[in-house]
Write a protein that binds this ligand. Structure first.
Ligand code: HEC
Length: 178
């Protein structure tokens, strides 16, 4: 009896901690993703995609560094078809991204799609990023030739084109100590 209670409370504590961490991860992503999108929309309004590319090119890495400086949670972005070679998925991330594609094919809502796992002493959390209309200006299949030229120059190995609205553009990735 005692043993069962102990086991149960350990399980409960573990899953509570896990749920807590998932909540922190979700909050961090919401704040980071929100800030990123705000910068993007502002830059698009001010000067269209040519202007906004510098937001993605400079502001995104800057915001990432800022977020990571103030927290034990480390955030980044990744994708099966990445634009920045620094965002290429590692093996674990690739497996999760492939699972996301399967889950989407099975009808799951991309907006809410997420996955978490404890690996060694690390809590890992990934959240799918859906493609919406504004993304197509730089990630779609009908990109303005001037924008294409600038993207070609900045990202010679760019794979992040040809997306449609509703596709999984990639994912936010967060790790924190268990
Ligand atoms: C103005 C052009 C532009 C628009 C619009 C745009 N992006 Fe990007 N995106 C970029 C650039 C440039 C990068 C590379 C950033 C870097 O160097 O870190 C990028 C990178 C990314 C990445 C990181 C993975 C990778 O491919 O390197 C994700 C995820 C992403 N974009 C999602 C989106 C989503 C979702 C939207 C719409 C809400 C969007 N982008 C709209 C230009 C754009």
């Amino acid at each position: 009896m005692k043993k069962t209670v102990l086991l149960l409370s350990t399980l409960l504590l573990t899953s509570l901690a896990h749920a807590d961490q998932a909540m922190v991860a979700k909050k961090t992503i919401k704040a980071f993703g929100g800030a990123l999108k705000q910068e993007l929309v502002k830059a698009m309004k001010e000067g269209g995609p040519m202007n906004a590319i510098s937001t993605c090119n400079i502001k995104a890495p800057e915001l990432t560094m800022q977020t990571n400086k103030d927290s034990s949670a480390k955030i980044s972005r990744t994708s099966l078809k990445n634009r920045n070679p620094g965002n290429a998925p590692n093996e674990w991330q690739r497996a999760v991204l492939l699972k996301f594609e399967q889950r989407k094919a099975a009808g799951e809502d991309v907006m809410k799609m997420a996955y978490s796992e404890v690996v060694g002493d690390e809590f890992r959390f990934m959240k799918a990023i859906p493609t919406d209309d504004v993304c197509l200006k730089c990630h779609g299949s009908n990109i303005d030739p001037k924008v294409t030229a600038l993207l070609d120059k900045l990202y010679p190995g760019d794979k992040a084109r040809g997306y449609k609205k509703g596709d999984i553009r990639g994912a936010f990735y967060i790790t924190m100590p268990k």
